[in-house]
Design a protein around this ligand. Structure first.
Ligand SMILES: [Zn+2]
Length: 700
């Protein structure tokens, strides 16, 4: 394919090219003209990404808002607008159909003007099931099954997606808006079966009846809820049936909405805004399948959760990347990912320009093609009252395109923390709490906070913790055990009980847990380095309240403990971290202390985990940042070894970064070779990397 000079900012046909080549001659410094991320417009190659403004329209002010929108789009270089039908800050529940018709009539007029101004017109239906409910007057309540959460009470005006009458309503609303011929119709993330003010669900009569029919066990809302949070074999059978019928109901709703749109406006793409993967898992969702059900014959369109709705720091800054990257990792490459940049409740009192900028850039790193912008309030306040967002958007576009171009064709590389979509099914509560069933992904923050790059695909070394290990069948476990495998105490116990004890180097001690005064003492070895003798809290008393205590194991003769659990007199109780090389040729590390921030986020633990990770992988990490709390790498690499490195600082102090790597590192925007690396507080920097043949380098 011949590469011509790109022209930015012109209209283009969104047909993506296939190439992901990395000829450095094609990279023009400081611009976004590369062979990546190119689109074809009558033979011309164009770098393209869109800002998609999400704008709440009020019936009374739409004409003034239209002028506002057009002006902002021109000044901030925004290509697309997704109109939202009402202010949830006035009416907190879904609209009746006639009001949707009123809004669709307004949209038709707005769409005409937007098209004349060459602004893409789309729609974001803000509420169909309802987000957080509201105690509204009876005339605003529709006659559909209400959602039922863990308190087993029906909500006021938030509906169950499985109700076929509600599905007909949702399809009708989609059809009404499809008549305005939007480019995209985005369903908001209230299309979910949890988190409607009450956290878990749904336990409504439809869910109870269908689950009961599916598993052949008589159920009430209460017995269903207890089964979902239970641990017996029968509980698991009920829980599986509940997840299945839930997802099937969501698929059916999506199919009906898609059919309604295709009948009226075949060119309109139906996309879904969604939550994080743990929440999808609890709903029994296969996201790739659900997005394709919405999309019908068109390209699937997803807006993953954007995180950071207000200012964030420390590990939370990493979740901005990780949550989207994890969601992207479960989808086919053809799925269009648009980012969610949302400031809630839309005031700079809660979210700064600085964090908004970071969010845009971290979403570009995670693989966002376009950016939905929920920056301005839901009450039609003139945009000119918040001029800083306009300045930000105008200044960021070129930077975002440069990051996107460098990101294209690469995959996340580092220590593996793989994900399985059935984690919530396999994860059980040992104390009967629904909250225990929601999968944790805390290590997605901890590893980068430690300075360790990670990936969601299975790698040479992998961390699998808790009941997530039960998502792997025996053959898969054996494969994991023949590589490098990091486990917590619960994952160890699960594998031991499944008969894998001989490969683990430990067996459970009779009393199973260390219950009582305990603290972990680091030994003197290559994995603890300068921290030999350090004490680390096991936080046993608090952890016990959460049903978690250190696992008590006894070691095989060939296993080695690099730390020990000791009592208040420093008398040894049981091994802390155990390393073992098994007969499969694999290496196993067992952390007997529960993995939580209180026990883990310390300098000595960061050092130990990095050293153990490298031992498990039998090679150096591609990058390791030593002793820079909350400063961590996200590393993407192409097949040819060219890389894109993002370094995030969630630290409120500026830091000199001690970077261990064999890679050659260049500033992405200036091309300058990097030898010293400074990170400002709450910041992200981007680097192009190349594999070098030279010796291992340390920058500090
Ligand atoms: Zn229900």
């Amino acid at each position: 394919m011949t590469v011509q000079t790109g022209i930015k900012g012109t209209g283009c046909i969104r047909q993506q090219s296939d190439t992901a080549s990395t000829n450095p001659d094609l990279i023009v410094k400081g611009t976004a003209i590369t062979r990546y991320n190119i689109f074809i417009d009558e033979g011309q190659m164009i770098i393209h990404m869109s800002y998609m403004l999400r704008a709440v329209i009020l019936e009374q002010t739409w004409e003034r808002q239209l002028q506002d929108i057009i002006k902002l789009c021109k000044e901030a270089n925004i290509e697309e607008v997704a109109l939202k039908e009402l202010s949830s800050h006035i009416i907190p529940v879904p609209f009746l159909l006639d009001r949707h018709r009123t809004m669709a009539n307004i949209y038709s007029k707005m769409a005409k003007s937007l098209r004349e101004e060459k602004i893409e017109f789309s729609i974001n239906i803000i509420m169909l099931a309802g987000h957080s409910d509201g105690d509204v007057e009876a005339k605003y309540i529709m006659p559909y099954q209400k959602f039922v959460g863990e308190d087993l009470r029906e909500l006021h005006a938030t509906y169950c997606i499985l109700d076929e009458e509600w599905q007909a309503y949702a399809a009708d609303v989609c059809a009404v808006y499809a008549e305005t011929r939007p480019d995209k119709l985005m369903i908001d993330d209230d299309f979910r079966s949890l988190n409607h003010g009450v956290q878990y669900g749904c336990f409504c009569p439809i869910h109870v009846r269908r689950t009961s029919e599916r598993c052949g066990i008589e159920l009430t809302a209460e017995t269903l809820m207890h089964a979902v949070s239970g641990a017996s074999a029968e509980d698991l059978r009920i829980k599986e049936a509940w997840m299945q019928i839930n997802f099937e109901g969501q698929l059916k709703a999506a199919r009906r909405m898609c059919a309604a749109v295709e009948q009226v406006s075949p060119a309109t793409r139906l996309g879904l805004m969604n939550s994080g993967e743990p929440a999808h898992s609890l709903q029994g969702r296969d996201m790739d399948a659900l997005l394709r059900e919405f999309a019908g014959s068109r390209r699937p369109l997803s807006r993953p959760a954007g995180c950071s709705y207000s200012d964030t720091m420390h590990g939370e800054l990493f979740t901005i990347h990780q949550v989207m990257a994890l969601s992207k990792s479960v989808l086919g490459e053809d799925v269009q990912i648009v980012s969610e940049v949302e400031n809630y409740p839309h005031t700079r009192f809660s979210k700064s320009i600085r964090i908004t900028k970071l969010q845009l850039e971290l979403h570009a790193l995670a693989g966002a093609e376009d950016f939905t912008l929920n920056l301005y309030d839901y009450l039609a306040t003139p945009y000119e009252q918040e001029p800083d967002f306009l300045k930000l958007l105008a200044a960021e576009k070129e930077r975002l395109e440069t990051i996107q171009a460098a990101r294209k064709g690469k995959r996340m590389v580092g220590f593996g923390v793989p994900w399985k979509k059935d984690t919530a099914l396999k994860q059980v509560s040992r104390r009967g709490l629904l909250s225990d069933v929601m999968p944790s992904r805390d290590p997605d923050q901890y590893l980068p906070q430690f300075g360790i790059p990670m990936q969601f695909q299975q790698g040479k070394g992998n961390l699998i913790f808790g009941d997530a290990v039960q998502c792997y069948d025996d053959a898969e476990v054996e494969e994991l055990l023949s590589g490098g495998l990091m486990l917590d105490g619960l994952a160890f116990e699960n594998l031991y009980n499944r008969g894998f004890g001989r490969y683990l180097g430990c067996k459970p001690d009779g009393s199973r847990v260390v219950d009582g005064f305990s603290v972990e003492q680091f030994g003197s070895n290559a994995f603890t380095g300068p921290f030999a003798g350090n004490l680390q809290t096991t936080n046993w008393s608090e952890s016990k309240k959460h049903g978690k205590l250190p696992q008590r194991v006894c070691m095989d003769p060939d296993a080695k403990a690099i730390s020990m659990l000791v009592d208040d007199h420093m008398k040894e109780l049981a091994p802390g971290v155990v390393l073992f090389e098994n007969e499969l040729g694999g290496r196993v590390a067992i952390f007997t202390v529960p993995i939580s921030s209180f026990q883990f986020l310390h300098r000595c633990r960061a050092y130990m985990v990095a050293k153990v990770a490298e031992w498990l992988m039998r090679e150096s990490l591609p990058i390791w940042i030593e002793d820079c709390p909350n400063v961590g790498p996200i590393y993407y690499e192409g097949a040819d070894g060219e890389g894109l490195l993002g370094i995030i600082s969630g630290n409120l102090d500026g830091l000199d970064v001690k970077l261990h790597t064999d890679l050659q590192v260049f500033d992405l925007f200036t091309g300058e070779a990097i030898n010293d690396l400074w990170m400002d507080p709450l910041s992200v920097r981007f680097f192009r990397t190349k594999k070098s043949m030279g010796a291992h380098r340390v920058m500090s």
